[in-house]
Design a protein around this ligand. Sequence first.
Ligand SMILES: Cc1cc2nc3c(=O)[nH]c(=O)nc-3n(C[C@H](O)[C@H](O)[C@H](O)COP(=O)(O)OP(=O)(O)OC[C@H]3O[C@@H](n4cnc5c(N)ncnc54)[C@H](O)[C@@H]3O)c2cc1C
Length: 382
Amino acid sequence: MYRLDPDQTALLQRIESLADEKIAPHAAAVDAESRFPLESVAALAEAGLLGLTVPTEHGGMGQGMRVAVAALDAIGQRCASTGMVYLMHLCGVACYAARPESAGEALKAAARGEHLSTLAWSEKGSRSHFWAPMSQARSVAGGVTLSAQKSWVTSAGVANGYVISARSPESSGPMDTQLFLVDRNAAGMTVAGAWNSLGMRGNASAPMSLQDVTIPTAQALSDPGQGFPRMMEILPWFSLGNAGISTGIAEAAVRSTTDHVTGKGFEHLGTKLADLPNLRERLARMRIQTDKTRAHLSMVLDKLESGAPDAMLGVLSAKASASGAAKEVTDLAMETCGGAAFSRHLSVERNFRDARAASVMAPTTDVLHDFIGKALCGMPLF
Ligand SMILES: Cc1cc2nc3c(=O)[nH]c(=O)nc-3n(C[C@H](O)[C@H](O)[C@H](O)COP(=O)(O)OP(=O)(O)OC[C@H]3O[C@@H](n4cnc5c(N)ncnc54)[C@H](O)[C@@H]3O)c2cc1C
């Protein structure tokens, strides 16, 4: 449904095989033990896929958002936590690619499979309003120093590079911001808590603390005051990628539910669960929702690629639509599979928990709906 060309299709098939062989086998343990999917990320790195979207001049594959979304859908079907780690990496890479003069070495390292990236934008003070950090960079000779309380950072402590937001040194307000690249080993930056969540349990999306971290000017990923516009440039990567993962979670639930209802039955009656029309009806609704979501996502990719005037509206709606669909589809899967799902015998309960993350990840579904409504009414979003 993503309408990939023959080369992109071959690449996606390679990613699907890798996900089947090297990611899916670890998904249940990653979730049960709430541990970072090291094996899966190593497999992506070894296959050169940390460089999927790194421009070719920096040694990467130079792929765009369409292939990235298809890859995230495929990975999300097998292990949503790995999908989320990969998504945040691709968002980090998009920030690097927008400022290669500062992040050229990180781009090359990602292409070599030696650098995992992430975004550290949300803060304790401004919560899901990631566009308005409370922390403020202070000018020092040769750069800035920064203290900040970042509330959720996927791949915290594991990622090599952190795209950090803060108010600019001379900031005139919460949206006068700047982005920086901070290395994992930077003095003063620490993981400040554990990650023990309902779903996406392998993400390691823990809080991080920065205490007087010195950041050289050469590691600025935007000019002062230009953090917000850069965040808005990265938003399509996050929003559509997030939608890809939600779609993948829904797809996984459709498949597992189909397997369950066609595989199990009532021995005393000699019938299958699939002989019950109400279960088939639920399954049909799950299939329709999942297909609609993927079609919507594909339409938004078309709009972005063609520069359609309402492309940004699509960017907002794709995440809201896909996260809602994944919640609905996995809820139907839980009902359809009955006690077998509730008692955690089936992977649909992991899908159900993982699906709940997207709507509370910023921009949250509430905020997206508000933005979409404002845009439709011709009102400013901020
Ligand atoms: C799995 C996961 C991974 C994450 N990874 C990262 C990461 O890598 N980097 C990063 O920076 N952040 C990350 N986050 C943080 C995420 O993007 C949000 O900032 C966070 O989930 C917000 O939680 P909160 O409790 O602060 O929400 P709150 O802001 O307290 O929101 C509470 C409720 O209020 C609603 N609400 C808030 N504002 C409005 C509004 N203006 N209008 C209407 N309703 C509103 C929300 O929709 C929500 O229902 C991650 C979060 C999760 C769950």
